[in-house]
Design a protein around this ligand. Structure first.
Ligand code: GDP
Ligand code: MN
Length: 401
């Protein structure tokens, strides 16, 4: 689906001097880093990268969050690499773990089954808690209360290009709610119960699409009869997960998705810049509550067909990425979303490289951008920090290395 330039354009083109942008006042914003003590090294790598490419000019604060207690080693370790204020918070058990309405044994059994099915992370209890925390709680953490905006930072990520303007300020100025840099598609064959619920939420609350929802839909099959067959074939095992939650979801007809089918596309949430008040809104909270009470954070089932491919699946369980994305699809419009097509960014094996992005040349911006693995003249962070030079021909996309 294409979004025309009138909806969303790059915030700055050409070469800017970050020191000029840094003379302006800051937004009320912070980096949010969820991590474990043992990830210190990966966190430092990310800090070196974001500091080098952005924060050495802008000095935004960092909020580090952990379900456990950060060690002194972690705290002093990260402070060697941060040019902004740092705060460290422990996540209350009310935001991490099983809620009291869940049958823990049933949920654990669900997790165990996913583990048996070799679904990546599926058998790891902490991963489920992390996804749920990022879906419905991080923005309620007391250390974030004072902030209006956040930028999510994960361990072991890399930025490639100097970011020479303030993305928070530009988001605010352009009235944006949610910003992403990579949108990915999962294997179609995964059972999209997540979509059934999101779709039911939309229907129950009589929410009309403002044009973003369509981004998450398969193009409709030509004939209605074939449509039904397709669904049977693709999701033979799809059952609503009523057994974990207590909420009566009987009124949701699993077959009634208004003929729509999830294309498994989602904003890759390990990078996000967004307004916190959207997450804090009643609409988002209702959405989260409904998704949560369905039990899907622990129990997403996969069809038999999928199990054969399970070892190559990532994130088929309800990750925070599809939760954030489908909530955006239901509640936001394309004009509320910003695609940071000018940010070079890498997480694990997927990266977005502006130099290679066709969108840079085109006024029409495909949201589903093909990401590439081409790396040109990359200067690693350690190499750079050993001999840092201020960018000369600096500017967005001008200096990707
Ligand atoms: P992936 O990106 O889907 O492979 O997931 P990650 O392992 O990178 O986890 C996503 C984020 O959550 C990262 O910032 C991790 O540091 C963090 N995270 C994951 N599990 C835990 C956990 O059990 N405790 C804490 N404190 N952080 C976690
Ligand atoms: Mn990660």
């Amino acid at each position: 689906r294409k979004i025309s330039e009138k909806h969303d354009r790059v915030f700055a083109t050409g070469c800017l001097n970050p020191e000029d942008a840094a003379k302006q006042p800051r937004a009320n914003a912070a980096f949010v880093v969820l991590a474990r003590n043992q990830e210190l090294e990966g966190v430092i790598q990310s800090l070196k990268s974001i500091e080098r490419h952005f924060n050495r000019w802008f000095h935004y604060p960092y909020v580090f969050l952990n379900d456990g207690e950060f060690t002194e080693e972690f705290k002093s370790g990260v402070q060697n690499y941060t040019s902004g204020k740092t705060e460290f918070g422990q996540i209350d058990p009310s935001m991490w773990g099983f809620p009291d309405w869940v049958d823990i044994e049933v949920a654990k059994e669900g997790i165990r089954k996913q583990g048996d099915a070799v679904i990546m992370y599926g058998g790891m209890e902490s991963y489920h808690h992390m996804c749920r925390f990022y879906s419905g709680f991080f923005y309620k953490h007391e250390l974030l209360d004072k902030y209006e905006w956040y930028w999510r930072l994960e361990p072991e990520i890399k930025y490639f290009c100097d970011i020479t303007y303030d993305p928070f300020i530009e988001m605010a100025r352009n009235n944006k709610t949610y910003g992403f840099t990579i949108a990915v598609k999962e294997l179609k064959e995964t059972v999209p119960n997540i979509f059934r619920y999101a779709s039911a939420y939309k229907r129950k609350n009589k929410i009309k699409s403002q044009g973003l929802w369509e981004m998450f839909l398969e193009p409709p099959p030509e004939k209605a009869a074939e449509k039904k067959d397709n669904r049977e074939k693709t999701f033979p095992n799809a059952i609503l997960q009523t057994e974990v939650g207590h909420q009566n979801i009987e009124e949701i007809d699993p077959e009634d998705m208004e003929g729509e089918k999830y294309n498994m596309c989602h904003f890759w949430s390990n990078f996000e810049i967004a307004r916190l008040d959207w997450f804090r809104s009643k609409e988002y909270e209702d959405f989260f509550q409904m998704m949560d009470h369905s039990g899907g954070f622990w129990m997403e089932r996969v069809s038999f067909f999928v199990l054969e491919f399970a070892n190559i699946l990532t994130g088929v369980q309800w990750g925070d990425a599809p939760i954030h994305s489908l909530a955006a699809g239901a509640l936001l419009a394309p004009k509320d979303i910003h695609y940071f097509r000018d940010f070079g960014y890498r997480h694990t094996t997927i990266q977005h490289c502006p130099a290679n992005a066709p969108a840079r040349q085109s006024p029409h911006i495909p949201y589903l951008e093909k990401t590439t693995l081409v790396e040109k003249e990359r200067i690693e962070e350690d190499e750079y920090w050993a001999n840092p030079d201020p960018p000369k021909e600096n500017g967005v996309g001008c200096r990707c290395r």
